[in-house]
Every structure is written in C-alpha cells, then in structure tokens.
Design a protein around this ligand. Structure first.
Ligand SMILES: Cc1ncc(COP(=O)(O)O)c(C=O)c1O
Length: 414
C-alpha cells in the first residue's frame, strides 16, 4: 500500500534566535525567557541596524527636500508604505496611513469618520473582548453624539456569541469595531463573517489587528473590512510606528484629523485646501526612522514565512497548553477552538501579580493584570490573569522552564 506523508515545514528555532540579540540577556542570573510578546515583540538585529544606519547615513526630513539625503529618506519611507500594502493585501499604497500605533488608528477614525457619520440614536457594536483602545474612543464618541454602544457577548470558552451579534445588528448600526485576535484570550474571531453580516445592514467595519498581524495572513481585500489597524512593535518592528488601512473611498470622504504641515495643499489665512491620500492624515514630520525600520521587520517575517512561523507557534501553544493544564489549581482563561500562541491563566488561591513576580525572580517575563481588557476580566470574574505569549523565537525548553517556575511559585505561595 502506498503511503503519503505530509511535509509540514518548520524552521530551526536556534537559528532564528541568533537574529535577536536580546535573547542572550540574563535576568536574575538566568538566561531570560521572554514570554511577553503580545505586549511587544523583541527586535531582530537587522531592525536595530536599520535604525542605526538611517541616523548614521541619511537622516533628513522627507517629501519637501531636494537634496540627496532628503530624497534617500523619502524613498525609504515610501518603500515601507508599499511593503505594508503587500503585507496586509491592500489594493493601493495610498490606503496605508502611518500612525503611532493601533490606538492612534482607532482614534483617528473615531474623531474623523465617527464625528461625521454618527448621530443621536445611532448604534456602534464592539465586543466584550476588546482592548481599552477599542472601547474608550467609541465610548467618548457615543457620549458626545448620544449614540449607543452595544456589546457582543463572549462564551465561557472565550468565543464571540455570533447569534447574539446577529441580533444586535439593525439599520441603526453604523459601525462594528472588533478585535481580530484577543490579546487576553488568544481567540481568533471570525472577522469575515462579522464583516459580511455588518455590511448587510450597511454598517462600516473596523478590525483591530494589533494581535493578528504578527500571527495570521492578513488580506484586507479578502476580509473586506473598511478599516484595519496594527502596531509595528508587535510585528518585530520598532515602537512608535503603526498603520491604519482604510478603503480609499471612505478615507477620501472623511474629514481631516490633525492640521499642520504635509497634510495641506494650499494655505491662506482665509482658507486651507487639503492634500491627497495618504498625506491628508499624516500632519507634521512623521516617525521617519521607525517607519523605515518597519519595512525591515515585515520583510523579515515574510522571508521567514508566516506559515512556518505559525506551525512552530502552534506546536508551542499545544505543548504549553498540555503542560500548564496538568498543574493542579491552574485554570486557563480562553479555550477557544481557534487560538494564537497565547495562554492566559489563573491559579487557585494566588494573585496573578504574585505569580508574575516569582516568575521574574526565575528569569521569566510574563504579563500579569487586566491586559487593558477590564470588562473582559469582569466577564470571567477574575481580577486579572498571568499571560504567557509566544513568538517565533520561543522554544519548548522555555515552556518547560515556565512550567517548572509556575510549580515552584505555587509551592511558595500556597
Ligand atoms: C488587541 C489590541 N488592541 C489595541 C492595542 C493597542 O496597541 P498600541 O498600544 O500599540 O497602540 C493592543 C496592545 O496591546 C492590543 O493588544
């Protein structure tokens, strides 16, 4: 009988680790285990080098200069826009707006599209698993406009209750804004279905891609979202640079956000006309160096291949889930069928903060607390969780160190 074997591509994680100098760091006299990747990822040497090279060789302000350095900086800055366009499957480069991060992207839309399109009695739908960044801007908008914020509930496993979502939709729904991947639970939400349903009632959809962009293949055209935002620092890039994607027609119709240089076409004291996309939303000198280095980070991910990274991360998730679940008194918060490599947990009779401190004592970096999702913590009846989030450079040996350290912490606390 003929047998077929499926080749499941993976990589040499030890080789990958060599690209990340910080992984050689010791914390409390032990080789650090960095499991706080959902907060921010570490940076490969080539990203650090790109920043250094920019400041050492062609630092200049962009767009309006005609000298060599200004042209080199402008070319590199605009090259990132093209790379981002391809990375998230956008149709046009001018649908890519550079921001400081996901938070700024959401606020930009709330302050521009929101103030133009939301009126008294309109409804905005978000979910119970949103990051505060995707709650507060809409709450402020609703308060200002006397609009109503509606919440999609979450199951005990940490999945969105889609039937409840469908019941919330009506002709009053003007916007649905949902997280693609939950930063507290790891749940991958069915955004395509969410968008399809929202579009049926004529609502616009914003997808918060802060956690998904590093793990999943993103194709905003296929997804058909109207807006998508992510932060460079969670995709192995620098802090202070993020992306807002919007469909061209919607971006063109939106009012401007910040006023200043670059976003104008012509200014007189009587009147200002505004620049074209994407510059209309990029007032002032942008974050040139970090934008340029973001391209290096995204190219690095693309060259390493997202599907191979995903295979490695899902092996880590499976292994860590098995190992952690076997610990008595440990409860995993977020057991959705479709998850990224992130595990939130609580331990009976202990506080997450105490566990976090005892793990740090053993050289292990995790995040503890509410993860900027206080309503979600309330939903699960916990003050916070311990969160271990894995990236391409984490190993099974690091999972073993985490598990051993958790056991030791429990012994000390109970
Ligand atoms: C799901 C989600 N949305 C939004 C944000 C905000 O991202 P930033 O702080 O980079 O703007 C985060 C950050 O942790 C996040 O996890």
């Amino acid at each position: 009988m003929e047998t077929t074997t499926t080749i499941r591509p993976t990589f040499d994680v030890n080789d990958i680790r060599k690209s990340f100098p910080i992984l050689e760091r010791e914390v409390n006299n032990q080789l650090m285990v960095y499991l706080d990747n959902a907060a921010t990822s570490q940076k490969p040497q080539m990203v650090i080098d790109a920043l250094n090279y920019y400041y050492s060789n062609y630092n200049a302000n962009i767009h309006r200069g005609i000298h060599t350095l200004a042209e080199e900086a402008t070319t590199a800055y605009e090259a990132t826009r093209k790379t981002v366009k391809d990375f998230i499957g956008a149709k046009l480069s001018n649908e890519i707006i550079f921001t400081r991060g996901t938070t700024e992207g959401i606020n930009l839309v709330a302050y521009t599209w929101g103030r133009k399109n939301i009126s008294e009695g309109d409804e905005i739908i978000i979910s119970a698993m949103e990051h505060h960044s995707n709650i507060v801007p809409w709450q402020i908008l609703c308060n200002e406009k006397k609009a109503v914020l509606k919440i999609i509930p979450v199951s005990d496993e940490g999945e969105l209750l889609m039937d409840e979502y469908k019941k919330l939709l009506s002709s009053k729904t003007k916007l649905v804004s949902v997280v693609h991947v939950s930063n507290s639970l790891g749940t991958v939400n069915p955004v395509k279905e969410i968008i399809e349903e929202a579009h049926k009632v004529g609502a616009v959809v914003f997808v918060d891609g802060a956690q998904s962009t590093v793990h999943l293949d993103i194709d905003v055209q296929e997804m058909d979202c109207d807006f998508f935002a992510f932060s460079g620092h969670k995709v192995y890039g620098p802090t202070g640079i993020g992306v807002l994607y919007g469909k061209k027609k919607i971006l063109e119709e939106m009012p401007v956000f910040m006023g200043g240089g670059e976003m104008i076409k012509e200014v007189t004291f009587e009147k200002t006309t505004f620049n074209e996309l994407p510059y209309k939303y990029e007032a002032g000198t942008p974050n040139i160096a970090d934008t340029i280095a973001l391209k290096v980070a995204l190219d690095f991910v693309t060259e390493t291949k997202k599907n191979i990274i995903r295979n490695h991360e899902s092996d880590l998730l499976k292994y860590a889930t098995e190992q952690l679940s076997a610990i008595e008194g440990l409860r995993i918060i977020g057991t959705a069928k479709n998850k990224v490599s992130l595990i939130s947990f609580v331990i009976k009779n202990t506080h997450p903060q105490d566990i976090g401190v005892l793990l740090d004592n053993q050289g292990i970096a995790v995040r503890t607390g509410h993860h900027c999702t206080q309503p979600l913590m309330a939903r699960f009846g916990v003050p916070g969780t311990v969160r271990a989030s894995f990236a391409m450079y984490n190993t099974k040996e690091e999972v073993d160190r985490l598990v051993a350290a958790v056991k030791k912490a429990i012994k000390m606390l109970t």
